[in-house]
Design a protein around this ligand. Structure first.
Ligand code: CU
Length: 386
């Protein structure tokens, strides 16, 4: 291994350079995460008048015309280039990039109408949480930031002490190291203080844990909407009950990658995995729950606002893990009713009135498997997986 031949005077310089490099790396990460989305948002807010064109990163989900969310404002946009066509002086951008022009802009808090429910711009990158829409989300964020403060202060204190020692006790010719053999008071302090903090945090979050993970709304309540999630390498399969409100009947609506729910409901999510451990993650709803093979794991969140939100897999589940995303579509009540009736009719005819659904397409076997193999393992000790 190459050895850095540092003289005593050059060592502090090397150390400062190394620290500067770390700071630079952190700053680079921040820029890499935050810049694209924020810049697009700022650009759109500054100049989104009718006729203005933008290139959206997540344009593939807008079918020609749609609404996009900029800050709290809905902006109606229209695709001006065909899907996948070259934009910007013949450079073929990635398939999911398209140019859109703004056709209408609503004031903050209002909605742009006359357009089909559209897509939201890809959330701007951030090192922190995206906007919260869950009723328990603020509590989750408070706990997160409290822990971040505690660990941040501990980090600065310990690293500060470490640097102080490095500089103050730098080797000098003729100076011998001095050995210490333990210090009972110190050891008691650095054991007890973290222990007290951990117990305090555990007590502090107990109520939140109970409401998020233990008091999962039951499907038979009228304000609850149940969905089924079958995780698979590498896609999310969803199923909602059709117009009859019952699962495992021919009018059930299966989907891949897009989960449709009505606004203003508690959404009860029952999840199973057909292969490895996945993790159902809704960043905007502060929901993150492992999906474990052999278990039916319930989780819930409430929807207070219509829109489109990202779904991710937060468990490294194989080579395609990073592509295992999806979209949560929260519909207005009437809009959802229309959607469900349409899909329900479509799937009923697809299944041709058979007793057991004949799921066509890629997810056919999954829902057959789900209905045939009952697993009743829940936090709540409920017996059924439906
Ligand atoms: Cu996964």
């Amino acid at each position: 291994m190459a050895q850095i031949n540092a003289t005593p005077t050059s060592r502090p310089v090397l150390l400062v350079l190394a620290l500067a490099l770390v700071v630079l790396l952190c700053y680079g990460m921040r820029v890499a995460f935050e810049k694209p989305g924020t810049a697009l948002k700022a650009e759109m807010l500054a100049s989104a008048g009718a006729g203005t064109s933008f290139t959206l990163e997540d344009g593939a989900r807008i079918p020609g015309t749609g609404n996009i969310l900029v800050e709290d404002e809905l902006v109606a946009v229209q695709r001006v280039t065909a899907e996948g066509s070259p934009v910007n002086s013949g450079i073929l951008l990635l398939n999911n990039q398209h140019t859109f022009k703004v056709v209408e802009r609503g004031a903050a808090g209002t909605k742009v109408t006359n357009h089909a429910a559209g897509a939201s711009v890809k959330e701007p990158g951030t090192l922190f949480f995206p906007e919260n829409f869950a009723s328990f989300g603020d509590e989750v964020d408070e706990l997160f930031y409290l822990i971040l403060w505690i660990t941040g202060i501990a980090f600065i204190l310990t690293e500060g002490f470490f640097l102080f020692c490095v500089f103050s006790f730098w080797a000098k010719p003729g100076m011998r190291a001095h050995h210490l053999h333990g210090h009972h008071t110190l050891e008691l302090v650095w054991t007890l203080v973290p222990a007290i903090i951990l117990v305090a945090l555990a007590l502090l979050q107990a109520g939140m844990w109970k409401s998020m993970k233990m008091e999962i709304p039951l499907a038979d309540s009228p304000d609850v909407f149940e969905v089924q999630v079958a995780a698979q390498q590498f896609q999310w399969n969803f199923r909602v009950a059709g117009s009859d409100g019952k699962f495992a009947t021919p009018d059930d609506v299966p989907s891949v990658g897009e989960l449709h729910v009505p606004v203003g409901k508690k959404v009860r999510v029952v999840q199973r995995s057909i292969d490895v451990i996945h993790c159902f993650f809704l960043p905007n709803y502060r929901v993150k729950q492992d999906v474990v093979p052999g278990l039916a794991v319930p989780v819930w969140f409430d929807t207070s606002r219509a829109g489109r939100f990202p779904i991710m897999c937060a468990e490294l589940c194989g080579l395609g893990h990073t592509k295992m995303g999806g979209t949560l579509v929260v519909h207005e009540t009437a809009d959802f009713k229309t959607w469900l009736e349409k899909e329900s009719t479509l799937w009923t005819s697809e299944n041709d009135g058979q007793d057991r659904p004949d799921w066509s397409g890629a997810s056919s076997k999954i829902w057959w498997w789900w209905d045939q193999h009952d697993v009743g393992v829940h936090y709540q000790g409920e017996k059924t997986n439906r």
